[in-house]
Design a protein around this ligand. Sequence first.
Ligand code: KG4
Ligand code: ZN
Length: 334
Amino acid sequence: MLVLGVESSCDETGVALYDSVHGLLAHALHSQVAMHNHYGGVVPELASRDHIRRVLPLTRQVLSESGRTLSDIGGVAYTQGPGLAGALLVGAGMARALAYALGVPAVGVHHLEGHLLSPLISVDPPAFPFVALLVSGGHTQLMHVAGVGRYALLGETLDDAAGEAFDKTAQLLGLGYPGGPALSRLAETGDASRFSLPRPMLQSGDFDFSFSGLKTAVLTLVRKAGLEAAADIAAAFQAAAVDVLVGKSLAACAHTDARRLVVAGGVGANRRLRAQLTEAAAQRGIEVFYPELAFCTDNGAMIAYAGAQRLKHAQPDLTFAVRPRWDLATLEAV
Ligand code: KG4
Ligand code: ZN
């Protein structure tokens, strides 16, 4: 089945075509980062309006790049939540209308399930079961994944998400929005050993995280050392955050006897995290899988892929609602 996937939960419009036999045929993305940058964060109303402008041209683009037409589409998947209500409604409305017009099924996908399954789009996908470290701008979770829809939450952040901590720290250091990539670039030029920052909850014995204290420690450090030390502070912050993510992920693998670890979400693009995790996991005989860089951050391909798995079992249904808040652990297995 050829599935059109539409992602519009936040500040990226992503559209993709995934074929259950031939794999990913095309994907296209428009990032709103430049538009929101002026405001220091995502402005929900502007995000919704921009999704409206982008979603149809991106759909035409993936169809023409893959040499397919609308009549080839066998199902439409869209991000149903969690995310910004207005932004979600644009993708959901377009996807449902298109599916109705074409007489094909539509399915609402959980955004985090899209991230969780994104490494499966690669040529060398991990087998089930695995532990997934989900590190995005809005979420930080460790999940045990036994199959599609078979997710058990092991632990999560009690306050800020990892990406949010990167973004807020970047803001304290005078870098723009979203600050994660800029902060990690600056950190590569800094000395991580000049300042020592706390590793919150690293020894807590569970799989929960807390990043808000780290952000406060950075604020204190910026006041003391000044922005001349920005590169060293960025390096110290990144080292602390990565130590916690690596330590907790390996502890979760040990706890569940998992031999495979999947890293998904925007922070999964972080080079220090990738290097340290791969090395520490290898020492314990654990293989780490990452989505391709383009599929780490929000994209339509992960929604098309997750949708293709769920459409195999979907019942025809013309009603729809978006879910700005949605607990991943409530999904049913397929
Ligand atoms: O998964 P994602 O695209 O969107 C959400 O669903 O939230 O993740 C975006 C988050 C942002 O907080 C961004 O700063 C962070 O991922 N991020 C990074 C890097 N690239 C993106 N954080 C650290 N290092 C990076 N290289
Ligand atoms: Zn995301």
